[in-house]
Design a protein around this ligand. Structure first.
Ligand SMILES: C[S@@+](CC[C@H](N)C(=O)[O-])C[C@H]1O[C@@H](n2cnc3c(N)ncnc32)[C@H](O)[C@@H]1O
Length: 288
């Protein structure tokens, strides 16, 4: 897979897979904090603007997001509750919570998030292959619903299809490369009626988004790349990873000065909307 986070499986170093499917999110946050993983922070800002824009045209119901590669519900926590990524790093790294069992942590989380619910919180349905992570997201109340399915190789279950049938926004942080156009196609096939969701995705700059945007166009969705902005995802683990990525980007003709060459993965942001709803350019919509 052409994803930054699997690179080190190839070179035999860090393997983030180990933290993706644990009984609770403590290790996930503690490991990723070391590398300043921060793309969900950018997601919180941009997805929130899109939620506002969509809300203006939605009916009287909570806005529904399907967060693909949701993990323990990181984006859901940031979008539904008054909290920040730094709060989450502090919370899951705190000594006070270190001795709790996963079950006790889920209970503590339910209380923590229960007190912080945003007034117009969207409904967030999570999708991830990691069954334990999705279960945690549901039990702690972070996710409204969750599905542990791999749509790269399989059709969605009826229950997932039903949950996606009236979705306003599909979101992804840190997932492109793990998922391809197949996952998007399976999800969009579940959408009922003619109200297509918007699709908002951060994808690392060295990962091609072409196949996905082409697949989305078959559903009438026009993809725009946000120009003039890139978003830090995380620091490189070491110089080997850095050199590898810089070489790949140079081969692709991508200028890395002031970005990857400073030690960080950078992601592009893509927004896909039905042509009739894509009148306001993405920069303006996001206030950038
Ligand atoms: C880097 S993490 C990103 C998690 C979260 N979106 C965030 O930004 O914190 C990548 C996630 O993709 C999930 N994943 C890998 N392959 C997948 C697939 N085929 N379908 C859905 N999720 C997948 C992993 O289990 C993991 O939770």
């Amino acid at each position: 897979m052409n994803n930054g986070d699997t690179l080190h499986e190839k070179s035999g170093k860090a393997n983030f897979d180990l933290i993706y499917d644990l009984e609770d999110p403590r290790e996930y946050f503690n490991v990723l904090r070391e590398f300043d993983y921060c793309i969900p922070r950018h997601g919180q800002r941009l997805f929130s603007s899109l939620i506002e824009a969509r809300r203006q045209e939605a009916e009287e119901r909570p806005l529904r997001i399907v967060d693909i590669c949701c993990s323990y519900g990181v984006n859901a926590a940031l979008l539904k509750y008054e909290t920040t990524l730094d709060d989450l790093y502090d919370r899951y790294g705190s000594e006070n919570l270190a001795t709790l069992s996963s079950e006790e942590l889920a209970e503590a989380d339910a209380a923590f998030y229960g007190e912080r619910r945003r007034e117009e919180a969207p409904e967030v349905v999570g999708l991830d292959v990691a069954g334990n992570a999705v279960s945690y997201g549901i039990h702690s109340g972070i996710l409204d619903a969750g599905f542990a399915e791999n749509l790269e190789g399989k059709e969605p279950s009826d229950a997932l299809c039903q949950a996606v049938s009236e979705v306003d926004l599909l979101s992804v942080t840190g997932g492109v490369g793990y998922i391809s156009e197949l996952t998007f196609q399976h999800l969009l096939d579940c959408v009922s009626g003619d109200r297509m969701p918007w699709v908002a995705v951060f994808a690392l700059r060295w990962v091609s988004y072409e196949e996905i945007s082409e697949a989305l166009s078959a559903y009438g969705l026009v993809t725009e790349k946000l120009e003039g902005h890139t978003f830090t995802q995380r620091r490189f683990i070491d110089s080997e990873e850095r050199e590898y990525v810089l070489e790949e980007l140079s081969r692709m003709g991508v200028e890395t000065t002031g970005k990857e060459d400073e030690g960080w993965y950078h992601a592009n942001f893509y927004l896909s909307r039905p042509a009739a709803e894509a009148k306001v350019p993405v920069e303006k919509l996001l206030g950038l």
